[in-house]
Design a protein around this ligand. Structure first.
Ligand code: MCN
Length: 778
């Protein structure tokens, strides 16, 4: 354990969670609560001709049936969408906003059409079957490429041609010049498939309204109360102060618990109208039909190379399927997320990115672990691997040749950002060594003897963590309790990252009290605090730094009190291990005793201070897979991750984050796939059809770190929450591609499921080496 209290520790929250004492949304009960059930569209695209709720209203226990028309006449608005980029011609992002309940038109299967409120959840569900909706079907479109075609059905009047945004980033002219002088150009077009986030806790929410205070309360699954509250206040047309988002445990988020969802506005409206809380607990089916989905991007990349295998320029073109509406973070992940670290870890000053964001009759897509960076990293690192192969170079050597050397730090990117620090070669060298890079051919030969194809994949990644543009500052509210313990309050929300432990470590390290005496509280009904939500792997840097500064300020504030207590001059007092001491003597007072005596004087509401700037965690991942060419069965036999997360506060948690992220990326590559048929029906609507990764999917997983502490925050830390996904996807696909080359397969798009790998091998034997590539997915 060092001075910051950093060290290998179990998590403070585990005891509560593992013994079933956590309170999730469905555990909340408010007096007189009623229950809601959402009737969802079974049509991908249709006009709502009429809704007849009379039979439902006559059923036992039914209190109300609320429709989109009622919400519109009551003045409810759609959920706003962030618009971080303009069109390349300078015009604004087109509008295609999501209403709380569909009005006049439904645009995807699963869209909520009516809210049935009853005395019990079962009564509400039964009554939903008696609501008669007359639809007039409209043609539907499910892929971005088809939606752009002239004859495609149009989804929103505000988005002609279904195109919400056509933007550019980077330096177009410099890139064109680089390509003009290239000795060789390497191209890759690929598909980043659509996934469903699937946190363990399905979405649930309870709306209530306090008439005396004229305030709305939403008990819900949230990653942080700020943006959700802002979105709900826009929907309800009230000031943000009139809305509180309340949560204790949140059973996973992965980005899909970030935004306000349609159901929330409808529940809050119903609670006010009916004068009683209305609770809705979603099912796993509703996760598939109603949670924001993710990715679904076709991307093309090109590298301009000189004759020595140096990259002169890069060009990327992304076609993103936004689904039926622009979700709040829909455009963020498909713009900022794709361009902010545009050259990866490579020393390339000519990069150009174009992105088109397109509407289709599918569930809206938005943030999902990595929020665009895994897509950018996948596009780049698969392309880099292809280039190495075409040049006949060792893929690590090709990367090394082009890496930004640490001597060039800080390094300015085309487009504005600046990498503050990093040693990309150092990171890669450690990964190479740990993976036994040079002995691969021996292992490949062994596999061959056993009839298996062995492939090796490598990928580097870099991402930006911490800026957090959703709140102006990160508030850390610190209160000393009567028993000498400390309560920390903030507005970010822990949903699996271990914040209770790591923030306690940070504060304990400064205040010198045991971390077990420090409690973190977030999203309480009685507190109205400001902080960025948990996302973008920013929370340790952003909020952890605020906690650190707040603790330091408390220690400083205690000096005068300690001087009074010890009857000494402040200049003679030092703070050591939780006590103020007169230097050179054994006369001291513990900070917790001082806090008890001077009640409230050592509390601190740390707010309105500048946020710490962003920084750039990075890593190098190397995987080996074995494929059975007879069956297509693929096994990940080893996986070595080496990541630079700067200074690590808690190694156990960081390792867990990396393991989870890598497995999530592996799930995307090998098992998960969201499939719509061409009419817009979701074919993969349950775990019977949608395969989540199992814990054992990533065999031989070793996580190591190579720390280059950043000076952008006082902890020296960089984010880790998403790096596992960002690194693992290209790494694993490169390994599969490497193995399949031996049997003539040139391209395979994700998922590399057993069936698709087998089919790719069969097709290659029949002379079609790219049969399972993009042409089948677009
Ligand atoms: N940490 C550390 N040392 C570092 C960096 C981080 O000890 N150098 C610790 C932090 O203190 C924190 C954890 O690691 O306890 C993750 O920190 P950080 O990288 O700051 O990420 P966030 O806390 O902001 O978490 C967000 C990130 C994102 S964006 C998604 S999505 C995600 C993820 O975290 N969703 C998760 N990890 C998840 N883990 C679980 N179990 N469930 C999710 O839904």
């Amino acid at each position: 354990m060092d001075a910051f209290g950093r060290g290998p520790k179990g998590r403070l929250e585990d005891q509560r969670m593992l013994t079933g004492k956590g309170r999730y949304v469905s555990d909340w009960t408010l007096p007189d609560q009623a229950y809601g059930h959402f009737l969802r569209s079974d049509r991908p695209h249709a006009k709502i001709v009429s809704i007849d709720a009379s039979a439902a209203l006559a059923m036992p226990g039914v209190i109300a049936v609320i429709t989109g028309a009622e919400l519109v006449s009551a003045g409810l608005k759609s959920i706003p969408a962030a618009a971080p980029f303009k069109w390349s011609d300078g015009s604004e992002q087109r509008s295609a906003l999501r209403p709380s309940l569909a009005h006049e038109v439904v645009r995807h299967v699963g869209e909520p059409v009516a809210l049935i409120v009853a005395g019990t959840a079962a009564q509400a569900q039964d009554a939903a079957e008696a609501v008669a909706i007359e639809f007039e079907e409209l043609p539907a479109v499910t892929t971005a490429a088809e939606a752009l075609e002239r004859a495609a059905p149009r989804l929103h009047a505000g988005a002609p041609g279904n195109l919400v945004l056509d933007f550019e980033g980077g330096d177009k002219a410099a890139t064109a010049a680089a390509f003009a002088k290239a000795a060789k150009v390497v191209k890759l077009r690929a598909y980043h498939s659509r996934v469903v986030g699937n946190p363990m806790e399905p979405r649930a929410a309870m709306g209530s309204y306090d008439a005396a205070k004229d305030m709305y309360f939403l008990h819900g699954t949230t990653q942080g109360v700020g943006p959700m509250r802002g979105q709900l206040s826009a929907v309800l047309g009230v000031a943000p102060e009139k809305v509180r988002v309340v949560a204790e445990e949140v059973g996973g988020g992965f980005g899909v618990r970030f935004n306000a969802y349609p159901e929330y506005g409808a529940l809050l409206y119903a609670a006010k109208k009916l004068g009683r809380p209305v609770k809705w607990v979603g099912t796993r089916s509703e996760v598939f039909l109603g949670d924001e989905q993710a990715r679904d991007i076709v991307h093309s990349g090109e590298l301009a190379l000189d004759k020595d295998g140096r990259i002169l320029g890069m060009r990327f073109d992304y076609l993103s399927n936004l689904g039926a509406y622009v979700a709040f973070t829909g455009a963020v992940v498909n713009t900022i997320g794709l361009v902010n670290v545009n050259c990866g870890v490579y020393d390339v000053q000519a990069v150009h990115v174009r992105g088109r964001l397109v509407l289709t009759n599918t569930v809206p897509t938005a943030a999902y672990r990595g929020a665009g960076r895994p897509v950018a990293s996948y596009a780049l690192e698969c392309l880099i691997d292809k280039a190495a192969h075409e040049l006949g170079l060792d893929p690590a050597e090709f990367r090394r040749r082009n890496m930004i050397p640490k001597s060039k730090m800080p390094y300015k990117l085309t487009g504005g950002f600046e990498y503050d620090c990093g040693d990309f070669e150092g990171v890669m060298d450690k990964a190479l060594k740990n993976s036994g890079w040079n002995d691969f051919q021996k292992r490949k030969a062994d596999s061959k003897k056993r009839g298996k194809l062995r492939g090796r994949g490598i990928a580097t990644y870099i991402e930006m963590t911490a800026p957090g543009g959703f709140a102006p500052y990160d508030q850390a509210h610190v209160t000393w309790e009567d028993d000498g313990s400390v309560t920390l309050r903030t507005a970010s929300h822990n949903h699996g990252q271990g914040h209770e432990t790591t923030f306690a470590q940070i504060v304990s390290g400064v205040l010198g009290i045991p971390m077990e005496k420090i409690r973190l509280r977030t999203a309480e009904a009685g507190y109205d605090l400001v902080a960025n939500p948990t996302g973008g792997s920013r929370t340790l840097q952003g909020l952890g730094s605020a906690m650190f500064f707040a603790s330091q300020e408390i220690v400083k504030n205690g000096m005068a009190l300690a001087a009074e207590e010890l009857e000494s001059a402040q200049t003679d007092i030092e703070f050591v291990s939780g006590s103020y001491r007169i230097k050179g003597t054994d006369r001291l007072v513990k900070i917790e005793n001082l806090a008890k005596k001077f009640k409230g004087k050592l509390d601190l509401d740390y707010k309105e201070r500048p946020k710490v700037p962003g920084t750039f965690p990075n890593g190098c991942h190397i995987a080996e897979v074995e494929i059975d060419p007879e069956t297509g069965e693929t096994e990940i036999v080893s996986y070595v991750a080496c990541d630079d997360a700067g200074t690590i506060i808690n190694h156990q948690i960081v390792e867990g984050q990396m393991q989870g992220g890598i497995t999530q990326g592996a799930g995307h590559i090998f098992t998960e796939q969201t499939v719509y048929d061409s009419s817009g029906q979701l074919l993969t609507g349950s775990f019977m059809d949608y395969a989540m990764p199992r814990a054992g999917l990533v065999g031989g997983l070793t996580v190591t770190d190579f720390a280059v502490p950043t000076a952008t925050n006082p902890l020296g830390a960089k984010g880790v929450g998403e790096g596992g996904v960002t690194g693992s996807m290209p790494c694993l696909m490169n390994a599969v591609t490497d193995a399949l080359r031996e049997v003539g397969v040139q391209r395979l798009d994700m998922p590399a499921s057993q069936e698709r790998v087998w089919a790719a091998i069969q097709a290659a034997k029949a002379g079609k080496p790219e049969a399972m590539a993009i042409s089948t997915a677009a």
